[in-house]
Write a protein that binds this ligand. Structure first.
Ligand SMILES: NC(=O)c1ccc[n+]([C@@H]2O[C@H](COP(=O)([O-])OP(=O)(O)OC[C@H]3O[C@@H](n4cnc5c(N)ncnc54)[C@H](O)[C@@H]3O)[C@@H](O)[C@H]2O)c1
Ligand SMILES: O=P(O)(O)OC[C@H]1O[C@H](O[C@H]2[C@H](O)[C@@H](O)[C@@H](O)O[C@@H]2CO)[C@H](O)[C@@H](O)[C@@H]1O
Ligand SMILES: [Mn+2]
Length: 451
């Protein structure tokens, strides 16, 4: 029997114990001999690994567990790396959200200026991870990446390490499908969807069950309730937080304006930035909700487990864990299963640039994803995507060239930002806040060269 060695980069993540449970539930399909936890914050990781080990112990005592801050120890000879790093942790997420809001601009983790700031922090650490894996892991090892902002990370790695074996994924489409399935009274696995876009910036164009299109039925439901069922906690306990309920309700707002396709919930930030700002609490954002909720609960659970031996949180598997494990099994076993993932366009959507990192259905094989042809997309969606793509691509150029002007262009092009003046004010505040993380962005031209 083939067994695999798997490393988790960002072992101190709040998602680690849940992902470990997903892996344990699927050991028959993905047998593991070793799990290595890697993080640059060894202290944080140690606490999370206590919970991860407790979960593993419920299933088996045959998996060797290693926790380390040393890249060689982490990645030597591994087959798979799950990446889930949050560069700057929650302290920086809070600033990504609050600084834009202080300028009356959307304050969000992956969308708008907050997402651009998070992107500027994450590209080089992700490239460093790719290099570690290239240096130490098995030759055909895969990185399966959740680290956000996934769209910008995908573009940065495409540009700087074009041959990397990295598959960038996001759980938002599957989470949206989970809600659709609950509304339709079917299993998520029974849905066949078509979808196109960029990460956190796309649309479902078909939702079928047993060959029957159910999109119109969903549309009717959304007109009444958004993309929610009556008992939200039955969908996913993580989504009982008020901000997620608001987000899934806002699908109604989007579809009231544009009923054609079913949107990724993140489109609320680009289509209704004014309304989002008006209804945001500038003092208490999603970062605060998570620090006071998911993060605090995790460390409290670990503390109590160490005191009593009782693991209070079961770390129930949600779509987040299920999805990354499903994709990895398809990669490992060359199953060619169909999932929505990010990949380089190369003609899949002929009226978007060939080098765009798009999110579409693809068959996942051991050699990577094979996209399903999508075809040309209507002009409105193309125009929105082109603008967002330009913002993200220019941002990657800004960091690779160390250019302030390109960073300002990226911010100005972002649909959440109303003017170049506001873009500059937000960017300048974010530069100050990110001194520890961003490279210097040269601001002035001297003899035609930025200095
Ligand atoms: N793609 C998706 O759909 C999706 C879904 C959920 C979460 N995420 C992402 O998963 C990541 C983890 O989220 P979280 O809320 O659990 O964050 P978290 O802060 O709890 O954990 C992230 C960990 O990454 C570590 N880290 C930071 N920089 C690192 C580096 N250079 N190398 C190794 N480790 C590093 C931190 O020390 C921390 O322990 C985030 O990037 C988040 O945005 C993505
Ligand atoms: O605000 P957070 O940290 O709770 O979530 C941000 C992430 O949101 C999406 O992922 C959800 C997912 O949709 C849901 O099903 C569940 O599993 O939780 C995830 C985290 O809440 C999004 O896709 C990610 O990119 C975000 O990081
Ligand atoms: Mn996502």
């Amino acid at each position: 029997m083939t067994t695999y060695k798997l490393a988790v980069a960002g072992g101190g993540s709040t998602y680690t114990p849940g992902i470990i449970r997903s892996l344990m539930d699927r050991l028959e399909d993905l047998p593991l001999s070793e799990i290595r936890f890697y993080d640059i914050d060894g202290e944080r990781q140690s606490k999370v690994v206590v919970a991860a080990k407790a979960v593993i112990a419920e299933y088996t005592d045959t998996i060797q567990v290693v926790e380390t801050t040393d890249p060689k120890t982490a990645f030597e000879d591994v087959d798979f790396v799950f990446a889930q790093m949050r560069v700057g942790k929650y302290a920086m997420r809070e600033l990504d959200e609050k600084i834009p809001l202080s300028h009356n601009v959307v304050g969000q983790e992956t969308c708008g200026p907050g997402g651009l700031a998070y992107g500027l922090r994450t590209i080089f650490p992700m490239v460093e991870l790719v290099d570690y894996v290239d240096q130490y892991a098995k030759k055909n090892a895969w990185i399966v990446n959740y680290s956000n902002p996934a769209s910008i990370v995908a573009e940065g790695v495409r540009k700087l390490r074009p041959n990397a074996r990295i598959l960038n994924i996001c759980d938002m489409p599957v989470a949206t499908m989970r809600n659709m399935a609950a509304i339709l009274g079917v299993n998520r696995e029974d849905l066949v969807v078509d979808y196109f876009g960029l990460n956190h910036f796309g649309w479902f164009t078909k939702v079928e069950v047993n060959g029957v299109d159910r999109l119109s039925e969903l549309r009717e439901h959304v007109y009444q309730h958004g993309l929610l069922t009556e008992d939200v906690s039955k969908i996913d306990y993580r989504h009982a937080d008020s901000s997620w309920i608001k987000t899934f309700k806002n699908i109604k707002l989007i579809m009231d304006h544009f009923p054609e396709y079913l949107p990724n919930p993140y489109l609320q930030y680009y289509l209704f930035p004014d309304y989002i700002v008006e209804t945001s609490n500038k003092e208490y954002t999603r970062a605060n909700e998570v620090m006071d909720g998911r993060e605090k609960t995790l460390f409290e659970t670990v503390r109590k487990y160490e005191e009593t031996g009782i693991l209070e949180d079961a770390f129930a598997v949600g779509v987040h864990g299920t999805f990354i494990v499903d994709v990895t099994i398809s990669l490992a076993q060359n199953l060619g299963r169909r999932y929505l993932v990010m990949l380089e366009n190369n003609g899949t959507i002929p009226n978007l640039p060939a080098d765009a990192m798009i999110e579409v259905p693809a068959l996942i094989t051991s050699n990577g994803p094979i996209p399903e042809y999508v075809g040309e997309i209507p002009y409105f969606y193309k125009a929105m995507i082109d603008q967002q793509l330009a913002s993200e691509k220019i941002l990657v150029e800004a960091i690779t060239e160390g250019s302030y002007i390109k960073a300002l262009q990226a911010f100005t092009l972002n649909k959440t930002i109303p003017s170049a003046k506001v873009a500059k004010a937000v960017l300048d505040d974010l530069i100050e806040a990110n001194k520890e993380y961003w490279p210097t962005l040269a601001q002035e031209y001297k003899e035609g060269v930025l200095v």
